[in-house]
Design a protein around this ligand. Sequence first.
Ligand code: CP
Ligand code: NVA
Length: 308
Amino acid sequence: MNHFLDINKTSVEELRGMIDSAKAIKSARNGRPKGALDDDQPLKDHMVALIFEKPSTRTRVSFDVGVRQMGGQTMVLSGSEMQLGHGETVADTARVLSRYVDMIMIRTFEEATLLEMAEHATVPVINGLTNRTHPCQIMADILTYEEHRGPIAGKKVVWCGDGNNVFASFAHAAGQFGFDLTFSGPEPLDPEMGFVEEARAKGASVDIERDPAKAVHEADLVVTDTWVSMHDAPSARERRHNQLRPYQVNAELMAHAKDDALFMHCLPAHRNEEATNVVMDGPNSVIFDEAENRLHAQKAVMKWALQR
Ligand code: CP
Ligand code: NVA
């Protein structure tokens, strides 16, 4: 079964194939209206369930639009309104949904929920974000980088801020796509070292640098994300803000990067917190290309998932 659970669980060749396929899918749309069908209809007659246990704008809309453009139909399900949120097991939910739909995308809290869904589903399961990773986002980010600057292999990517789920998928991608990754954040918010060690074992250079100016030196790409993720306790907000404020991406920090360094943020952003408006809306920012590319990258992921 072609589940898309994480970037480290899919082969380098398949990942590269998906990025190339996303580029082709994007260029084939040729500026046509958003509601128009693609010429290629790999999801024709297919039904896709989109399950959300957390809020979403980009993931929800880009999957829904992507399925429809490729000829399929969707149903968007809120976890709390399903029996899943009221005691039915994930395994039974997976078995039941597999009798009705051809593919499942799930955004959930615990990674265990995603893995249990994949274990018991007889249709492909796609990770639309868990507390630990966000692989579809980073597929879109690789596509975005390469559209603007060419191959990402060998480039210096610097993450400023919280060592969260989006960073973790960047670490997976560093190992698979072969770019250098520097994490710059406060020690209490370090990523799980397993992500770092796995990328290093695959030959990627992954550094931890507490000084954000040193970290960003000669960067090709600077990335940040919200200081408080959906799975973080709201009560931790003030402490996290105090810890992360030195890692704000502002014009002064970006000045340490290469002149043509790109800036990325998966969005939603808390403007003038993790990054200033000057950077978010500046000439090196590609945040809305990233958002658009969720659509094209996920179409490539879904097309791949249906093969076999
Ligand atoms: N970047 C991202 O996944 O956004 P949403 O939470 O809006 O889906
Ligand atoms: N780290 C963020 C990403 C949102 C797309 C979160 O998990 O809330």
